[in-house]
Design a binder for this molecule. Structure first.
Ligand SMILES: Cc1cc2nc3c(=O)[nH]c(=O)nc-3n(C[C@H](O)[C@H](O)[C@H](O)COP(=O)(O)OP(=O)(O)OC[C@H]3O[C@@H](n4cnc5c(N)ncnc54)[C@H](O)[C@@H]3O)c2cc1C
Length: 386
């Protein structure tokens, strides 16, 4: 078989030397402090609480939040780096770092009061306080305006009642941003955000949910039974929660696209390495044209994904990435990871064994087509912009 020198991974000019230094330190932390223990944590269904504090000390939490509030003070590329390195190492037990740093903290940073920011962002940056985002309910996921958790005005604050499900970090969380209806009759215009202390009377959690992948990431149900939330723990304006949620989605969807681009590149590389050494019928698997061609297709797809997602990243940095642009990035990159099914196939029976990362990738990468807005919802958003 003739071989050519593989084309090098395209340079990513958006990232400078400081970013790459940070990338090395994040990768080192994951390699030393997460990867060796990940299988054990998968059996336990969650990572140890101390890991959050260690990650905080190592600068992995809130990298993009201002250093005035204890964050890393970096630009969005620092946030992207943490997401990418977690994906590269398949350290899916800490997917919740992204929820905490990139979904929860920005609500406080952008819409919170000065007192909320001063009190909580430094604690979140150090890993002392773990944050969750409570939007989804048993009866409402894609359709956020259909949530039923209610917030009734009472003396000094609000009383929240309802149920949330599939909540990332739900088991560890010290604080949850709970989306609740303050004006049930007003639909999307009656949703408010509450920064709920999980030690409050009336707050309880169900068991860690039994997922098919991301086994070390705790995902839980939360129950609120007349939980009192003081008035100063409302985030932003009352009834403005739906708009706040929409404004964060461009960033969230872009980060999911970046994660998927890395996941596909990484899974492809494991597979190429494997089929070069695995022998069948007296030759390496890669010497079969069918396998070689399919891998060529997937490499092309991975490169196209990278180019598109990085172009969206550049737009985001310039402030020009639109809602439908971010939806296209998420749709394209998460759907591209369907190729992991074919990659797993080329490992034969070994591909079905969890000790092989390709097996975990098959299950762990899958929810990227569901959360942050499913592929169907992405198509809706894109179609609206046609
Ligand atoms: C691992 C994991 C972690 C999660 N973490 C969190 C979290 O931290 N916080 C949180 O709040 N939520 C979280 N979620 C929930 C997630 O955001 C929802 O599952 C998702 O939004 C879909 O909602 P749903 O499950 O209610 O599905 P539904 O909304 O019931 O949708 C079911 C199916 O119908 C499709 N569908 C819905 N509407 C339309 C339409 N108009 N046109 C075409 N098709 C449609 C959907 O795409 C989907 O395929 C998590 C989910 C998972 C799996």
């Amino acid at each position: 078989m003739t071989t050519t020198t593989p084309s090098p991974a395209p340079a990513r000019p958006l990232f400078d030397a400081d970013h790459e230094l940070y990338r090395s330190s994040v990768a080192r932390f994951i390699a030393e402090r997460i990867t060796p223990f990940h299988a054990e944590w998968e059996r336990e269904g969650q990572v140890p609480r101390q890991l959050w504090r260690d990650a905080g000390s190592a600068g992995l939490l809130l990298p993009g939040i201002s250093d005035d509030y204890g964050g890393g003070g970096g630009d969005f590329l620092f946030s992207a780096i943490v997401v990418e390195e977690i994906a590269r190492a398949l350290a899916t037990g800490v997917t919740g770092f992204t929820t905490h740093s990139e979904n929860v903290a920005p609500y406080l940073a952008e819409f919170g009061t000065e007192a909320q920011k001063r009190e909580f962002l430094p604690l979140m940056a150090s890993g002392e306080v773990v944050g969750s985002l409570g939007m989804t309910e048993p009866g409402a996921g894609s359709d956020l305006k259909a949530i039923r958790t209610s917030a009734k005005a009472v003396d000094g604050g609000f009383e929240l009642s309802g149920q949330k499900t599939f909540i990332t970090n739900g088991h560890h969380a010290d604080r949850v941003i709970v989306f609740a209806k303050t004006r049930p009759e007003a639909g999307a215009r009656g949703i408010s955000l509450f920064w709920v202390d999980t030690r409050s009377p009336g707050f309880s959690r169900g068991r860690v949910l039994d997922k098919i992948g991301q086994l070390a990431q705790d995902t839980a149900e939360l129950f609120l039974d007349r939980v009192f939330v003081p008035a100063d723990m409302v985030i932003g304006e009352l009834d403005a929660g739906f708009g706040y949620a929409m404004s964060g989605l461009i960033r969230e969807r872009l980060l999911i696209a970046l994660r998927c681009a890395v996941a596909l590149e990484t899974a492809l590389q494991w597979t190429v390495d494997y089929v070069k050494q695995r022998q069948a019928f007296g030759k390496a698997l890669i010497d079969n044209q069918f396998i070689r061609f399919r891998l060529a297709d997937i490499k092309t797809q991975a490169c196209a994904t990278r180019a598109f997602v990085d172009a969206c990243l550049a737009q985001y940095l310039q402030g020009t990435l639109t809602a439908d642009g971010a939806a296209m990035a998420k749709l394209w990159a998460s759907e591209a990871t369907r190729a992991i099914d074919d990659l797993m196939q080329f490992f034969g029976g070994y591909g079905y064994m969890r000790e092989y990362p390709i097996a975990r990738a098959y299950a762990d990468v899958r929810p990227n087509r569901i959360y942050g807005g499913s592929s169907e919802i992405m198509r809706e958003v894109i179609a609206r912009g046609l």
